[in-house]
Ligand binder design. Structure first.
Ligand code: SD4
Length: 317
């Protein structure tokens, strides 16, 4: 049963859903809803994979990726490899509102954020220091580099790609647990549609690595004439297929949301049968669906829904 407005997000991040829903209930826009919802996860460090203090890269630093999209006018703001600023989704929103650009990256994105008044802080926490220290201690295992480097004592980086395709495929099977980005979509009764993502990416990534989350059509997509979608999972693989864009376009062509999500996942599966990933989507009537690639590390994908039938977020799988 479909109803509007609706807020949907990846993973059981209930407080994020509730935060977004309360924005809509108090008359806020779908853009405000998805921004506040993702920001809630940044504050709560949802699952360690959103916000500061998680997923240290191979130098020990936490960096953030985020995107926000307005499906009414197709405006997008995004940041990638953002350093020192906790509120990545806020910076993404500032890129959208205050510049003509779509995506700012790295140190320059951080300087932009500081100029916009965002507070610069260390994103490191005891937890991320620990994750990093454990990794170094164990010769950086378990980590994909174990498969990349024949000599595990050299497996902490800096990254030197000496890897066969076969080794590369093993990489992702061993690395399925460190992905839990928030991707959120919101649609209201007046036909407004928005989408957003926020993540700290992949643990022990090569510095500079950017995943799918801040890439339009990969991490999320919104078009008020068709619907919205958001993806989560192995961004390095998923971004090659623009699954969020694909799901929205399939809904535009008449596919129901579950089928659209399924097809977006199957498209990736053709090449990466064991990839870790999932997608949520909804069309303009408020019908929604989700799909995941059932593979080792993900047998069931959980996501949250709030709509007028239940204003407490519902856990779906
Ligand atoms: C990434 N897609 O950076 C993100 C991580 C993620 O669920 O989605 N986790 O690859």
């Amino acid at each position: 049963f479909a109803s509007l407005p609706v807020v949907i997000n990846t993973w059981p991040f209930r407080n994020a859903t509730a935060a977004a829903w309360s924005v809509l209930q108090s008359g806020g826009s779908v853009l405000d809803a998805v921004e506040k919802g993702c920001a809630r996860c940044e504050i709560e460090q949802c699952d360690g994979s959103v916000g500061y203090g998680g997923s240290p890269d191979e130098s020990g630093e936490t960096t953030l990726d985020a995107l926000i999209m307005n499906g009414d006018n197709m405006e997008v703001g995004a940041v990638a490899d953002l350093r020192r600023i906790k509120n990545a989704i806020g910076v993404a929103r500032a890129v959208m509102e205050f510049t003509d650009h779509t995506l700012l990256v790295g140190e320059s994105a951080s300087v932009f954020a500081e100029n916009m008044g965002f507070v610069a802080e260390d994103l490191t926490t005891n937890k991320s220091v620990n994750i990093f220290a454990q990794w170094l201690k164990g010769n950086c295992q378990p980590n994909y580099r174990k498969n990349v480097f024949p000599d595990p004592s050299k497996s902490c980086g800096p990254y030197k790609p000496r890897v066969t395709l076969e080794q590369k495929q093993r990489v992702w099977q061993g690395n399925t647990r460190s992905h839990d980005t928030i991707g959120m979509i919101a649609l209201d009764q007046d036909g407004h549609v928005a989408a957003a993502t926020s993540t700290n990416g992949l643990t022990h990534k090569v510095p500079g690595r950017v995943g799918d989350s801040p890439v339009v059509g990969a991490g999320a997509y919104a078009d008020s004439s068709a619907g919205a979608a958001a993806a989560t999972g192995d961004g390095d693989v998923m971004m090659r297929f623009l699954p969020s864009y694909l799901a929205v376009e399939l809904m535009r062509a008449g596919a129901d949301p579950s089928a659209a999500c399924k097809t977006a996942i199957s498209r990736i599966k053709r090449h990466y049968s064991e990839f870790f990933g999932a997608i949520i989507c909804a069309n303009t009537t408020g019908h929604y669906g989700a799909a995941c690639n059932k593979a080792p590390g993900l047998t069931q994908f959980k996501y949250m829904v709030s709509n007028s039938e239940s204003d407490t977020p519902l856990l779906k799988s």
